[in-house]
Design a binder for this molecule. Sequence first.
Ligand code: HEM
Length: 515
Amino acid sequence: MSEQREFTIEEVAQHNTEGDLWIIIDSKVYDVTRFAKTHPGGSNVLYAEGIAGKDATDTFFGLHRHEVLLRPHNARLQIGVIRGQEESIPPPIPGALSQVPYGEASWLVKGYHSPYYTDGHRRFQKEVRKFFEEVVKPEALDCEESGKRISQEVVDKLAEANLIAMRLGPGKHLKGRTLLGGIVKPEEFDYFHELILNVEMSRFGTRGFTDGMLNGAVIALPPIWNYGSPELQAKVIPEVLSGKKYIALAITEAFAGSDVSGLQTTAVRDGDYWIVTGTKKWITNGLFADYFTTGCKTETGLTVLLIPRGEGVETKPVKTAYSLTAGTAYVTFEKVRVPVANTLGKVGNGLSVILSNFNHERWMVTGSSVGAQRVIVEECLKWASQRIVFGKPLTAQPVIRAKLGAMIQRIEACQNWLESITFQMNNMSYDEMSSKLAGQIGLLKQFVSKSGRETAEDATQVFGGRGLTTRGMGKLIENYHRTSGFDAILAGAEDVLGDLGVRQAMKRMPKNARL
Ligand code: HEM
């Protein structure tokens, strides 16, 4: 910034009338004479004694998020600084770690240790956070509000950094790619790197956008490389990983959710084609998908087909509690002709294609939930410390401290269990993961999503009315409170998953186990 004009506190105090109004916020002087008339909080609050011509730092930060001052049109109101004073509340630096206790997972906190993460993971985390904050966050905030889908420009940047490919986890699809400017080698990329991506992208409080950020690819592409023909793989995988085409997983229907075997979309053979008729609901990214990895009922059981958007395929928006930016769709297939070559896996074997894919998706959901939950804990710790009620910070109230304690316990428990399972994933084959971790991941997901909703409730109590407001101080709490339920439903309802975990354990009970 160019040389700032300097003022004394006494000079600023002269400008304390409706026609000539200055205020000081954190050593900076703002001329709000004209702004007062359009101030969203009203003009009279700015003319008040103790504000007009005065240092309003504490009052300001009790009512606004820091970002308000950083928006270019507000930053322009600054006309100088107070001589001899230093800024004490610096603006956030993109990529920087939070200094708030429990604001970061302990592996990122100086002086703490982890058996899982290396310095390579730490470098990766830093770059990823910076990338997301600089490249993705501004658009995420806009789209969450407007409902617009992610722009091709941002998708191109994600593709260029190979983030779309990395979000699909470790594997041969990363071979030969330069990952985020070469920060990690493809053969070194592991499930902890992927976990870092899932955690980091859920930190802006824009849940709809986060799901719109090509979650469809993460869940709809693996069936193609695990079960698709080489020709199909050679065509579709590069198209999707380069961000040129979009894909969605189309399993759930109004007729069947967690009960996958109850699907009613049918595929009937007609020579070299399947004729597909039916509907799908709650299809994330479906509004803008070019391909649908679709569960269909066939003569001998379920079969998964890759259906390109074309004649007979229609999508319309499903309005949910979160933003339309996620592209959530109702999809209708009306006698759609799909080449038999687009069959994924064996005919009638669709259930195992679908189920084998679920573990990874459920694990991904827990990662993004943990990322979002931790931000909520941080927001609450900050707010409870800065908010003055009955003449004291909120943290002076035992009931608030008890809520903070419960939130911290939950996020730490979720984080640690998730990391332990991630470590197992790093050391197991895909098949082993399916057989040994499906139950654990089911239980984990239930635990994490329940914890998230409890934290959302507690956070709303801590923030009061602000926790119900889509803008301002409590906007992240409001978004999380409204959207944390998605974690409990997407990729399998939490109660069904918890039960799956227990049933899997029952299967492995030794016949001779006795007290
Ligand atoms: C450069 C100085 C200021 C700017 C740019 C500014 C801007 C804003 C904005 C954008 C909002 C809308 C809510 C939000 O986005 O957080 C707002 C709300 C508000 N502002 Fe300011 N403001 C300034 C100074 C002040 C000061 C000094 C006061 C002192 C009383 C004040 C009192 C309020 C109040 C009471 C609200 C309503 C808060 C709510 O609804 O929760 N503002 N301000």
